[in-house]
Design a protein. Sequence first.
Length: 579
Amino acid sequence: MRLCAGLFKKGSVWIYTATLMRITFLLFLCLLIAGCYQNSPTSITNPPQTDTPLPSVPILNISTTPTSQPTSTTPPTQRPLSVWLPPFLPQMMYSAFKLPDGYILASTPEQADISLEVGSSNSQPAIQWIYSLVVPFPTVTDGVTFETLHDAWTGIAVPPFDDVPLLMDKSTLDVLSIQWGSPAPQAVRVLPANELLDYAWTNSPSWAIVPFEMLNPRWKVLTIDNQSPVRKDFDPSKYALNIPFSLSGELSQQPQLFALPATNRDPNRFTTVAMTGVTALVRATAFTMEHKGITYPAEDIGPILADADITHISNEIPFSPDCPYPSPKNDTLVFCSNPSYIELLKVVGTDIVELTGDHFMDYGPEATLYTLQMYDDLGWPYFGGGANADDARQPVLLENNGNKLAFMGCNVGCQVKNEIPCDSIATDSHPGAAQCDMNWISSEISKLREQGYQVIFTFQHREYYTYTTEPILATDFGKVAAAGATIVSGSQAHQPHGFAFNDESFIHYGLGNLFFDQYHFCAGYACDNAFIDRHVFYAGKHISTELITIHFIDTARPRLMTSEERAHFLEIIFKASGW
């Protein structure tokens, strides 16, 4: 500023130097303010233009694990979805549940994105979980209405159980409480699942509700409004104990992710076996067939037998082309059947034939071999008898809907049944029934069980005419049960006998006649009544036996009992069984 100090000349006028310096300072100050305003950041709307290229952004190699924490430009990882499983789920459903990757279990339902609940969801089909109303096996009552069951739930005393509480485990109580509302006080008694059966048997009368997968032959399954989950005609849509479960919440439209079963009762895993007593198409039975039609004896019960997946017939009599016309009386007790009578066995849906009968050799080896050929031609396997001793001992192995069943049988023979000639037993040189050999039977049953077969064993044993069981039968049937047979059934009885359970084995000492002419023959007309045992297998296990009770109306034809006849008959049999 010192160098600029002084005077300058504008025309002839000299301006004082100080004045000029003030003007210069003001101009400089204005320029400075204007420059500061242009460089303010808030005024930048576009990046400065330059010819120098910007540095490129490096592309992340996803195969390389980063060594530093992700920057704020990396999107955060999605949180896992949480799933709520109620603690009261049936054990089978809980065990089947699979938690997919990316999901976690929620500790409370409020924290859950997805919940498994009792009830139907609009977003997906519901899981159908079948429960069963059950009572101890020796119970006369066959079924109730849902109204009756619901009345008991709400505390109303109903016959035949009156004030007896419904037994169930805690899981079942919680499920039904959501479905029906809480039960009345004292209407339900809760026990551990593994204690229900024994408690019910020792506190009669008792009834209980259990999941279908908990069925056991020592339970009798009651119908509800005529629907039973152990029958082939079961309709889940009409059944009161078909309880829905469903997933709700996020992604509930994908239940397959969780591997939940659609139901605990798959009809494609069922096998029903109809076991029958004595068939002997001779004497008055054959005479009636000749006059009323060969299939006349099956007019009432034929459809019931044919409905079973496997229908067993114990035919004691050989067919022979030389068999004479039948007479209502035949005191010689040497029997044969006309080959045309095979039509009756076809009508009832015969699938397997038992040959342990005492009379299978009555008409000699030729008739016996002729009969075996008839069965072979029809594709009917046979057991308990055969062309020789080795053939007679061979088990029949069947598989149906994944259930593996083995049929075996024997005749106790001459040493026990003194009235029966020894030629009824097969030998190396002639046909007949299989001789009972307990050592061989035990060994064979053990082998079959190791191969996954449920063994059904039948006896042709000593005949007697009482409802109660003779000690010799109890001993021999018990041995076979102890060897591992699932079912031990007596085919020799003309008068029906009682039952027993041996651990997991079901024993029926005698079913009575199926087609035979002992109408009004036994004391008290006891031979007029008989059983067909319908055994139910599911997923490789025997889960239930339903007793079908029949009553003869003449020398050839049985029908189903009336409800009054059935109740009276079952009371007699259960008492004779010691129950």
